[in-house]
Design a protein around this ligand. Structure first.
Ligand code: AMP
Ligand code: MG
Length: 401
């Protein structure tokens, strides 16, 4: 039998096969979290003029060097006003953000001056040097410089840069339309009466939460019984209306695990079935006839959540053209023993340790159905097969919930 792919191999297979989401133009105010599809270049030099950085007075350094300490206040230069020239021998009152008045080359902060009628007396100990308290034109960037590359996720700093480039809209990858579909005859919606042999439908809420916390908002949900006919009919509809399907349950080897076969019959090409990991080994991934990304997550709640974080999230990022970031390394804060012949996903709680800094404390569950142990954990680390004991300080990639 062919060896199962490792988690890293499975992730890269998924990244390579997810189709790219279309590109659309959206207004600036709607872009938080979106992924840029085109380069953004500087509209102008930044700052676009020699900019005053302190409230005070602008003078010519030459006058100071010649021994002048008292300056007539010839007027005021506020932010947003066109530049006024400095009359010789005088000063202009200037405000933070104003243009440095032509003829002046230095700003003395208000704390260093005493106003006496129309004159400013400058503290003789003031530091007066050319371009003191001035942010000179083009210091931060030049007109036409590349400010943001395609594949950049737009957070707060990037949005400020976009706005400063004068762009009211930007071209970004469209938000994916995601369907979360749980399967299983045993599952009962919270709020509905339940029998002892039935189970609450909890996965869909965890999966939706993990996606919502990452900014994915176009999510619809459905629940399907373990009936191949109904499964086929409804999955066909979901494929028509979504870019991404996230299914939970029905992908294992049981007699009622109809998901992989049904998807194949609907023209979804299987790319991956099963990964060398615990929990979450039965993971299924395929690509639909119109390029839909279809994830079949195992139904056990710990498995479905780790698979969402480990595979669906990177898949969604790749679909948006987002450049992959290296995983976040973290050191184990306590030794952990396990007998893994597969990669082991260990839930952890982050803590700070005086010598090791941020560490991960093992919080193993009692199997893949034990999601009650997960609250309070921050995510999971990925331990490679091999040693039976991972010592304190062992560094592993962290995946946050
Ligand atoms: P399956 O992958 O369908 O074989 O399901 C494996 C286990 O996970 C079974 O015990 C299911 O009852 C449970 N399970 C499946 N789907 C969910 C769900 N949406 N919420 C909670 N438990 C589930
Ligand atoms: Mg099932």
């Amino acid at each position: 039998m062919q060896a199962l792919p490792s988690p890293a191999e499975a992730e890269s297979l998924i990244r390579r096969h997810v189709p790219r989401l279309p590109i659309e133009s959206r207004p600036l105010a709607s872009l938080a979290g979106a992924v840029l599809a085109r380069s953004v270049r500087a509209e102008r030099d930044q700052p676009p003029f020699d900019r005053v950085t302190m409230d005070g007075i602008a003078i010519a350094c030459e006058a100071w060097r010649a021994g002048q300490r008292r300056f007539r206040v010839a007027g005021t230069q506020a932010a947003g006003q066109p530049p006024q020239s400095l009359p010789s021998g005088a000063c202009l009152e200037v405000m933070t953000g104003a243009v440095l008045p032509p003829g002046s080359d230095c700003v003395i902060p208000v704390e260093r001056i005493t106003l006496v009628e129309d004159f400013a007396d400058v503290d003789p100990a003031a530091a007066v040097e050319p371009f003191e308290n001035v942010h000179t034109r083009g210091l931060d960037c030049r007109e036409g410089d590349l400010l943001l590359a395609p594949g950049t996720r737009l957070g707060a700093p990037e949005l400020a840069v976009l706005a400063s480039a004068g762009l009211p809209r930007a071209e970004v990858h469209a938000e994916p339309r995601i369907a979360i579909v749980s399967t299983g005859d045993e599952l009962i919606e919270p709020g509905e009466p339940i029998e002892a042999w039935q189970v609450r439908r909890s996965n869909a809420y965890a999966l939706r939460g993990a996606l919502a916390l990452r900014g994915y908002a176009q999510i619809t949900e459905d629940h399907l019984p373990d009936d191949p006919r109904i499964l086929a009919e409804r999955l066909r509809q979901h494929l028509e209306n979504h870019d991404v399907l996230v299914l939970s349950g029905g992908v294992s080897m049981g007699r009622f695990d109809h998901v992989p076969r049904t998807l194949r019959e609907l023209g979804v090409t299987e790319v991956l079935h099963r990964v060398a990991q615990r929990p979450g080994k039965p993971l299924w991934f395929g690509v639909g006839p119109a390029g839909q990304a279809v994830f079949g997550l195992p139904g056990n709640p710990v498995s479905s959540l780790v698979c969402l974080v480990r595979y669906v999230v990177p898949g969604l990022q790749a679909a948006a053209g987002l450049v992959a970031r290296p995983p976040e390394p973290v050191a184990l804060g306590a030794a952990f023993r396990v007998k893994p012949s597969l990669w082991y996903f260990l839930p952890v709680q982050l803590d700070s340790n005086p010598t090791l800094g941020t560490v991960a404390l093992p919080r193993p569950t009692r199997g893949s159905g034990d999601f009650v142990s997960l609250p309070g954990t921050d995510g999971f680390i990925e331990l490679p097969p091999g040693p039976a004991e991972y010592p304190v300080g062992h560094v592993a990639p962290l995946h946050r919930w």
